[in-house]
Design a protein around this ligand. Structure first.
Ligand code: MN
Length: 242
């Protein structure tokens, strides 16, 4: 193709896209809308977590990174529909029973989907502190808010490479602090996630570069404690999903 004909082809595509908006949606379809899994919408505007997390980071993190996990799951579901037959947290719990050929995508894309679906819902808040049962459990099991935050941030700082720091909760409401590499999710070893923070560089690098500790410290300002209190109640009621 000559330079001129290539330019004409590009102009033609741009014109078509402006006349037929559906053409613009093609990249979104390619990112995973076609299949049993779909990207959950952000429950707030992408700038809602400014200045702790900048708008562009939120848009790329949700619209590209999370979307890529959805695309991976949908691609895998074509040959292995079992992975879409149950909610993703149940699939993660049963990863050992799944066909070996699909365990990798369940671990990485399935774990990634679950981790991020949780992550979006526990942000968009005003920080502060929880109340009621959850506040009491943090004091009882994690030494109180100040110690919990310090230990959580330290655990997040210690993750080598990419991973997550979590507070897990059992059916009796007992809390524990833990971390996982890559996109591993505590459901894979039978634990429920109360809350967690993403310490992959994609979660913070645009604003914080290599200063992961600053990201971890600032993140508490946009934590949505009422949402986490609801997760705590759901865990004890046996209704908590991802
Ligand atoms: Mn992420």
């Amino acid at each position: 193709m000559t330079a001129i004909s290539r330019r004409r082809a590009l102009l033609g595509a741009a014109t078509l896209a402006s006349v037929y908006p559906i053409l613009r949606s093609r990249p979104a379809l390619a990112q995973g809308a076609a299949g049993p899994f779909s990207l959950p919408p952000l429950p707030y505007a992408p700038d809602a977590n400014e200045p702790s997390i900048d708008r562009m980071t939120m848009e790329i993190h949700h619209g590209r990174h999370h979307a890529a996990f959805i695309a991976g799951l949908n691609a895998a579901a074509k040959d292995h529909p079992r992975i879409a037959a149950q909610p993703i947290h149940q699939v993660l719990q049963k990863i050992g029973e799944m066909p070996e050929a699909v365990r990798g995508v369940i671990r990485n894309a399935g774990g990634g989907h679950a981790n991020h679906a949780m992550f979006w819902t526990i942000m968009g808040g005003k920080g502060g502190a929880p109340s009621g049962d959850l506040a009491a459990a943090i004091t009882r099991d994690l030494g109180g808010m100040d110690k919990m935050k310090a230990d959580f941030n330290a655990a997040g700082t210690r993750v080598f490479g990419s991973g997550w720091v979590f507070v897990t909760v059992d059916a009796a409401g007992k809390l524990a602090l833990t971390s996982r590499p890559n996109q591993d999710n505590p459901r894979m070893d039978g634990k429920m996630v109360l809350m967690g923070n993403d310490v992959w560089e994609h979660a913070y690098y645009l604003k914080y570069q290599n200063r992961r500790a600053d990201y971890l410290a600032g993140w508490w300002n946009i934590v949505n404690w009422p949402a986490i209190e609801a997760r705590y109640a759901a865990a004890k009621a046996g209704t908590l999903g991802v």
